[in-house]
Ligand binder design. Structure first.
Ligand code: NAP
Ligand code: GCO
Length: 260
């Protein structure tokens, strides 16, 4: 079994901070060279400084994952400046929490564009050279909302449900080229994205803890081990799978009101 990533180039989208940063850190510890992008130079600079602080010599680029031409240029530049991309993690994503009937079609499209079209655009940009190189790993960051719905997140759930099926389709279409495409479905993780739900006294905070057998929010670091596994040779026969890393949420009905 080989869980090491020595000599591999891993591109993690939107990884200046949050889940992407923790996954990149885990992959760097396993030996990979880290490349990441973000939409603003300021965030790329912040990310580069944060990686440097923990001893990682990462390569950061400005690129919007929804811009097909920019992505093609970005991937070509990475291949020229860093090397062939062996691992792609489609992590960049946004959420808008708006009741569906109040949401505009433009807002809905924006979420779908970043959370679903982005992974499609990034994946199609790296797959041809993965095929030429004899294989590769694509990891799509899905969600509880790939399986469950809740009030206010219609666009996000539609995008993450779609991302689950894009994952299975990439596995189906390119598995014969030794490309494994799997998803990670994080539970509720303490990052800037969920900060508005975790404020002191917010009812959602205790709601999530009561829904999670682990009785806590996840940390971004909880995703690192599963991501390294799915990026390594140890998972070479795992394809089209969504690995839920949720402290047990999907297995659980939620805390009973009284223990009887
Ligand atoms: P986050 O803290 O908001 O980080 C997301 C990153 O993506 C940010 O750096 C963001 O940059 C970047 N980004 C947004 N739009 C982009 C674009 N068009 N092109 C390139 N980069 C872009 O989110 P997170 O909580 O770490 O989540 C990371 C991923 O995990 C997302 O796909 C999210 O949906 C998913 N997820 C999160 C949770 C959770 O509980 N936190 C659970 C399940 C799944 P800006 O700061 O400029 O927006
Ligand atoms: C929300 C949350 C979620 C999580 C995550 C769950 O408002 O319900 O932000 O959607 O971030 O994706 O897995």
């Amino acid at each position: 079994m080989n869980f090491r990533l020595d000599g591999k180039v891993a591109l993690i989208t939107g990884a200046s901070y949050g889940i992407g940063f923790a996954i990149a850190k885990g992959m760097a510890e396993a030996g990979a060279t880290i490349v990441f992008n973000d939409i603003k130079q300021e965030l790329v600079d912040k990310g580069l400084a944060a990686y440097k602080e923990i001893g990682i010599d990462a390569h950061g680029y400005v690129c919007d994952v929804t811009d097909e031409d920019a992505v093609a240029g970005f991937v070509a530049k990475v291949e020229e400046e860093v090397g062939k991309i062996n691992i792609l993690v489609n992590n960049a994503g946004i959420i808008m929490r708006i009741p569906m009937v109040e949401m505009t079609a433009a807002q809905f499209r924006k979420v779908i564009d970043i959370d679903l079209n982005g992974p499609f655009i990034m994946s199609k940009a790296v797959i041809p050279s993965m095929i030429k190189n004899g294989g590769g790993k694509i990891i799509n960051i899905c969600s509880m909302m790939s399986e469950l719905g809740r009030e206010t997140v219609s666009a996000y759930a539609a995008a993450k449900g779609g991302l689950k099926m894009l994952t299975r389709n990439i596995a189906s279409e390119y598995g014969e080229y030794n490309i494994q495409c799997n998803g990670i479905g994080p539970g509720y993780i303490a990052t800037p994205q969920t900060a508005p739900l975790r404020t002191e006294g917010h009812p959602f905070n205790s709601f999530i803890i009561s829904k999670t057998p682990a009785a806590r929010w996840g940390n971004a670091e909880d995703l690192a081990g599963p991501a390294v596994f799915l990026a390594s040779e140890a998972s070479d026969f795992v394809n089209g799978h969504i690995l839920y890393v949720d402290g047990g949420i999907l297995a659980y009905i939620g805390k009973q009101p009284a223990n009887d």
